[in-house]
Design a protein around this ligand. Structure first.
Ligand SMILES: O=C(O)CCC(=O)C(=O)O
Ligand SMILES: [Fe+2]
Length: 909
């Protein structure tokens, strides 16, 4: 029987219909690359007893959206890698290896094609049709409904189709005479790559910015509409800027579509659904001359909750005017206020003032009710603006998240303000100001996109999330609450649409929400170009029988079989400020405001009033937080110029020679920096010992000459001595220290830990522990984070209260050198840090006996033999784990008794 007569469901790998290895190898012989066998993100960490791959790499990068985008088995949202059976059993490969102990394939496709060319895609799609395989197309895997993955499926991975062609006089095929300054992008090009390529010609493009702008530029982003917080209100959507789209159909045919040929398909592909009509192989977009930007950052806060609705309703009402003047951006609401960041391309001072003044006056009128606001504007180049998104390396993927979106219309914002405001406040919504303005000027039928988009002004987004170890019952409860929010938003704005790319499987009246009045026409175009799709109906029960997966297919799969854990991450995982965030400069603001974007509701802690930041040069890249700011719990401090200039100047090079640098190992891998330990050795040879969970620490040596001098200066600033130092050499931006809390069993209580920095400036990131954020326990709670740039010759004082409630890290910084500030380029990007501590635990000179604060024998006289390995070691490791996770860590209960462990494992000799 021919393919046209196929019926029944699509074949998955667990069925007898699945092709044999021999049959797959026939396919392989037609491809430019070997077949791929995707595995879930955390698979290198299994089996836990002897990890099969580089687990450290996985742990480090798990929340890095850009890293995830480059892996065939990784989805941006970790929940899409999992699979929930109807009975609630979850098949997954969790990062925490103790949850199930094994790595399940979940919803990650088992085999696929690493497509590099149209011919590869033709071979793959023909094979999938011939064998009736469940087929998914994955580019970066950023999809929020999970269309880029399916359990037991065959995947066409387009990530490596990286061709970029700039053409100053592009002529759409079949249309002589009409030229555009355009760029053609292969299906795998990501926005970051597209921006950089266009920028080389002084051009900008309408594109996405999430997750380090790692979203695919020529795939699902476009076919779902493609919005841009930077440019859409001034230049339209992705669908308004595509000039030509090339596609391989399920028949294997390759078509070039534009306004003049295959124009019905060109119309449908622009907003009518992802992977629905074929596999897109390239897109040509218009470009625009790069222009200067006005950037407007704004925040209003209050502890008077009764005034919040009025504040938020006002914000909603003003959006229409903002977008019509060309402002795009994003922001969020919490139970403490609102915050947003807007971008005005080529905007004059006059226009900005005219646009913002009525709003500023409005908020001023709320001042008597306790609303405190702050507004800053900046002038930036396009290059500078995109840099902030490209190289903002905060967490941006790997969450367990569901989102719903609503494109709020002019009518909704003007006439149903209080009802929609209430619905959005209930879920602490974030919003993207991505429509109105230019988007409203294109005809409702100019593209397959839901015509309701042309009436829309902003996209409101609510997100629900949960933790990796949440049981299916907890996930279902979360989804239940989430569906309540969707209902409330739907009821407040029944005629508005959803953004197909940032939506959930639970949208109400989804044909209308996703396709609106274009539904029937899109369906007929689907039938025309995808004849193998049998039967050709959009009805739920037929949907699993599509040749090409599309959003409806996914909806049915998820509703029908209750694979509820197919939901997604946030483009950027929330980092919500705790306190005086207001002295953030522009890059910090982007990180901060962006963090609101798509996240779980939770109140943020009180925000202090806006403090002016006039001592800093306005357009300099530096500090997010620094001298004089409230950092962490307020017990931290940044001290500049801690060493006299002559010492600061030579210290780095001297230490390079004087210090006995070591490679250290943890979990079987080298730690990504060089380390050395020095300390005060007593007359009897005993010395301080700082225990932490590394497999092996280097031997302590007496203070070397330069370190000794530095120690003296540190002690002058601190009100207590320090007797121990961990010295670390970050050889480049690639070296880092992952998020952790310092282990305090051996640190004298009430003392402080200090990090002296020499050489290149790096950023210390603080992130509040999960359990110290209010509302903790409701699942993936958005956590405050702060960035503290550590300049050369500075000293960061870490208070133990902050150490208890926050994690700290020096994240890697993979930006190319030319994107770094002079401070960051200093010493060729190398940094040395000296972590001085006051240690209260000591080891005898021969390392046979241990005594002091952290041990069972509290005084020198009571020194007891050291213990290596055994249950006592396991117990201490477990206590360290608790200290990393719990902010209300009960020191006395956990550490009070003491531990005599020196080495965690039994060793030879
Ligand atoms: O390099 C730094 O400044 C931080 C080092 C650190 O946090 C540590 O070693 O515990
Ligand atoms: Fe630390």
């Amino acid at each position: 029987s021919g393919v046209m007569s196929r019926s029944g469901c699509l074949c998955t790998y667990d069925q007898p219909c699945w092709p044999s290895a021999a049959v797959f190898s026939q396919l392989e012989s037609q491809l430019s690359q070997p077949l791929i066998y995707p595995r879930p993100t955390a698979s290198p960490c299994y089996p836990p007893s002897h990890p099969s791959g580089n687990c450290t790499d996985v742990i480090t990068n798990f929340n890095d959206g850009n890293w995830r985008a480059s892996r065939p088995g990784s989805l941006e949202l970790a929940n899409f890698e999992t699979y929930m059976f109807p009975n609630g059993t979850i098949d997954a490969c969790f990062l925490n290896t103790t949850i199930t102990g094994k790595c399940g394939q979940g919803s990650v496709p088992v085999i696929g094609v690493d497509a590099r060319s149209v011919a590869d895609i033709q071979a793959a799609i023909t094979f999938a049709v011939e064998h009736n395989l469940k087929l998914v197309v994955k580019n970066t895997g950023h999809d929020f409904i999970g269309r880029s993955t399916a359990r037991g499926a065959f995947v066409v991975w387009t990530h490596n189709m990286k061709n970029i062609t700039y053409d100053a006089a592009f002529v759409p095929q079949g249309v002589p005479g009409e030229t555009y300054e355009a760029i053609t992008l292969g299906a795998g090009v990501q926005w970051r790559e597209a921006y950089l390529a266009a920028n080389e010609h002084g051009r900008m493009m309408v594109g996405g910015v999430s997750a380090g702008a790692s979203i695919g530029a020529a795939g699902g982003w476009l076919t779902g509409g493609g919005h841009s917080v930077l440019l859409s209100p001034s230049y339209g959507l992705g669908v308004d800027n595509a000039l030509e789209i090339s596609v391989v159909l399920s028949t294997g045919e390759y078509l070039i579509t534009n306004e003049y040929q295959n124009s019905d398909l060109f119309w449908a592909l622009r907003g009518g659904g992802g992977s629905t009509y074929g596999i897109v192989t390239s897109v040509t977009y218009r470009t625009y001359p790069a222009v200067p930007f006005k950037v407007w950052s704004y925040q209003a806060n209050t502890t008077n909750s009764s005034v919040l609705p009025e504040l938020f309703e006002g914000l909603l009402r003003y959006q229409t005017q903002f977008t019509d003047e060309g402002l795009g951006g994003f922001g969020g609401i919490t139970n403490q206020g609102i915050t947003f960041l807007y971008f005005g391309p080529n905007m004059t001072n006059e226009t900005l003032t005219r646009t913002t003044q009525p709003w500023l006056n409005f908020v001023q009128s709320l001042a008597p009710y306790g609303v405190v606001s702050s507004s800053e504007t900046y002038d930036f180049t396009w290059t500078y603006v995109i840099d902030q998104f490209l190289y903002n390396n905060g967490p941006s993927g790997g969450g367990y998240v569901l989102v719903t979106s609503r494109m709020l219309s002019r009518d909704t914002l003007a006439n149903h303000t209080s009802q929609i405001a209430q619905a959005l406040m209930n879920c602490s919504a974030s919003f993207n100001t991505v429509a109105g303005g230019r988007v409203s000027q294109f005809g409702a039928d100019s593209a397959g996109l839901n015509p309701a988009w042309r009436k829309a002004v902003i996209e409101a987004v609510c997100a629900a999330s949960w933790d990796e170890d949440t049981p299916s019952s907890g996930i279902r409860d979360t989804i239940q609450q989430f569906r309540g929010w969707i209902q409330a938003i739907h009821d407040a704005a029944p005629n508005d649409c959803a953004y197909l790319n940032e939506a959930s499987p639970f949208e109400i009246d989804w044909q209308k929400a996703f396709f609106g009045a274009h539904y029937a026409r899109l369906k007929s175009i689907k039938d025309k170009y995808d004849p193998y799709r049998l039967p050709s109906s959009f009805s739920d029960k037929d949907f699993d029988c599509l040749v090409l997966i599309d959003v409806l297919h996914k909806l049915v799969e998820q509703r029908g079989s209750l694979t509820l854990c197919h939901h997604h991450p946030a483009p950027c995982r929330r980092r919500v400020p705790s306190s005086s965030l207001i002295s953030l400069t522009f890059p910090g603001l982007i990180a901060f405001v962006y963090s609101y974007h798509v996240r779980n509701p939770r109140p943020i802690p009180a925000v202090a009033s806006w403090c002016s930041d006039s001592h800093r040069p306005r357009h300099a890249l530096p500090p997010s937080l620094g001298v004089g700011d409230r950092i962490g719990e307020g017990d931290c401090e940044l001290v500049l110029d801690v060493l006299p200039p002559d010492l600061a100047e030579v210290a780095f090079e001297k230490m390079r020679k004087e210090v006995a640098w070591n490679v250290m190992y943890h979990r079987g891998g080298e730690v990504p920096r060089l380390v050395a330990v020095e300390g005060e050795v007593a007359a009897d040879g005993s010395f301080p010992i700082y225990r932490h969970p590394a497999d092996e620490s280097p031997a302590l040596r007496p203070f070397s000459p330069t370190v000794s001098l530095i120690r003296e200066h540190v002690q002058q600033v601190l009100d207590h001595p320090v007797n121990h130092v961990l010295i670390q050499h970050y050889r480049s931006g690639g070296d880092y220290i992952s998020e952790h809390s310092d282990k305090t069993i051996d640190i004298v209580r009430e003392s402080k830990v200090v990090n002296v920095s020499l050489g290149a400036q790096r950023i210390m990131t603080l992130r509040m522990k999960r359990d110290s954020a209010p509302n903790a326990g409701q699942g993936g709670v958005p956590r405050p984070s702060q960035k503290i740039p550590l300049p050369h010759n500075s000293m960061f004082v870490l208070g133990l209260e902050t150490n208890a409630k926050w994690l700290h890290a020096i994240n890697h910084d993979k930006r190319p050198i030319q994107h770094k500030s002079p401070e960051e380029q200093f010493m060729n990007g190398e940094r040395i840090s000296l972590t001085f501590r006051h240690i209260g635990t000591f080891l005898s000179g021969d390392e046979s006996r241990i005594y002091g604060q952290g041990t069972k024998g509290k005084t020198h006289e009571d020194a007891r033999p050291v213990v290596n390995g055994t249950e006592e070691a396991a117990k201490l490791l477990e206590a360290f784990g608790k200290e990393n996770q719990q902010s209300e860590f009960d020191w006395d209960a956990v550490y009070g008794e003491g531990s005599d462990v020196l080495h965690f494992t039994l060793r030879d000799g």
